[in-house]
Design a protein around this ligand. Structure first.
Ligand SMILES: NC(=O)c1ccc[n+]([C@@H]2O[C@H](COP(=O)([O-])OP(=O)(O)OC[C@H]3O[C@@H](n4cnc5c(N)ncnc54)[C@H](OP(=O)(O)O)[C@@H]3O)[C@@H](O)[C@H]2O)c1
Length: 321
């Protein structure tokens, strides 16, 4: 089977399509025929082995076994089941975030433990489903676990037009919040369509010069300092920092952010995925797909994502002609 692989850390040039043996599921796993996978900044961090602290997980000098095939977000069809699997059957359509469950979604097949997967709603495509897991789970955790979004909450979404941002805006709107999204001029309509009441065009307006306060900030960009967050927050407001703004940004939040300003860090789980699957089925949220690429075009897809200009999600379709 074909898989999008790396044997060393580096830019998109280290990616190649390899013909490797089709994996066989363990007792608690299923073999998924991948119909679509999506890429996240996480994947180019793994590819580049940066920030360096990630290498404690992915391999010090070169990617270790479980990180040679990229891809955390998978949607596909169950083609084989492990001996102990009772919750899924052959032919089921599934999707999930497999970063902590084996990784390697950008391939024709991947083995996944059942606890990482939920059934894909029939009324959404594999492409749409593949765009959901990492991005929507991150948005969901930022809004609900790091903050406590409520009807009427004033929520600021910095980086509102990207993979996480488009879900964060839709989810916050779904909870009845008043959403202010930050994006560039070309993405104003997109962010409004996702449900933002106000949009701040960062190319025209300096957010820090506005006299506004927010109950919750979800920051995908990482270009605000700790004192910026404090200035923008109401007295009891919270900030979920999603985007990596460099080591000093990370350290200032870790050391001085306290209980109200925190870096988002979570492990995906079936309960949260099922919750999102229900929202997708009810059309309360949907995936904004920017571009899709074939497996052979993974390096082009990652090159594009690394520009930080993606509008919604970038998807890989292994059997895209
Ligand atoms: N902590 C976690 O668990 C976790 C999970 C997922 C993602 N992340 C991190 O979160 C960040 C965002 O992820 P993503 O998937 O949303 O990335 P993405 O899809 O690549 O984000 C691209 C978007 O960012 C916007 N953007 C770029 N610079 C901006 C700026 N200065 N102000 C406002 N918007 C800006 C772009 O809009 P314009 O073209 O309009 O500028 C574009 O639409 C990444 O750093 C990723 O590593 C963390």
């Amino acid at each position: 089977m074909k898989a999008s692989r790396i044997n060393r850390y580096g830019g998109p040039e280290v990616l190649f399509v390899a013909d490797i043996e089709k994996p066989v599921p363990n007792d608690n796993e299923v073999l998924v025929k991948v119909h679509a996978a999506s890429i996240n900044p996480l994947d180019w961090h793994v590819m580049r082995g940066t920030p360096y602290f990630m290498r404690a997980l992915t391999g010090l000098l070169k990617p270790k076994k479980g990180f040679k095939t990229l891809g955390a977000d998978v949607a596909g069809e169950v083609e084989q089941i492990g001996k102990g699997v009772t919750s899924l059957k052959l032919g089921d359509h599934v999707f999930g975030d497999i970063f902590n469950y084996g990784y390697g979604a950008i391939a024709e097949y991947v083995c996944v433990p059942v606890e990482a997967l939920v059934l894909k709603p029939e009324n959404i495509s594999f492409e749409e489903a593949a765009g959901v897991p990492v991005a929507a789970l991150t948005a969901y955790h930022g809004l609900n676990k790091y903050g406590a979004v409520r009807a009427g909450s004033e929520v600021l979404i910095n980086g509102a037009s990207g993979g996480v941002g488009t879900f964060a805006v839709q989810l916050a709107k779904f909870y009845g919040a008043n959403v202010t999204g930050v994006c560039s001029t070309r993405n104003i309509d997109l962010v409004k369509d996702c449900g933002a009441t106000d949009v701040i065009d960062y190319t025209e307006t300096d957010l820090m010069k506005l006299d506004r306060k927010f109950d919750l900030i979800i920051d995908m960009v990482g270009n605000l300092s700790l004192s910026d967050y404090k200035k923008l927050l109401t007295a009891h407001g919270n900030c979920a920092v999603v985007g990596f703004g460099g080591m000093s940004h990370l350290m200032s939040i870790g050391l001085l952010g306290g209980k109200r300003i925190k870096m988002v860090d979570f492990k995906s789980n079936q309960k949260d995925m099922q919750y999102l699957a229900n929202l997708l089925e009810n059309k309360d949220i949907s995936t904004v797909i920017d571009r899709s690429y074939s497996l052979e075009e993974t390096s082009e897809a990652i090159t594009y994502l690394e520009t930080s200009r993606a509008r919604g999600k970038v998807v890989i379709i292994p059997d895209k002609g």
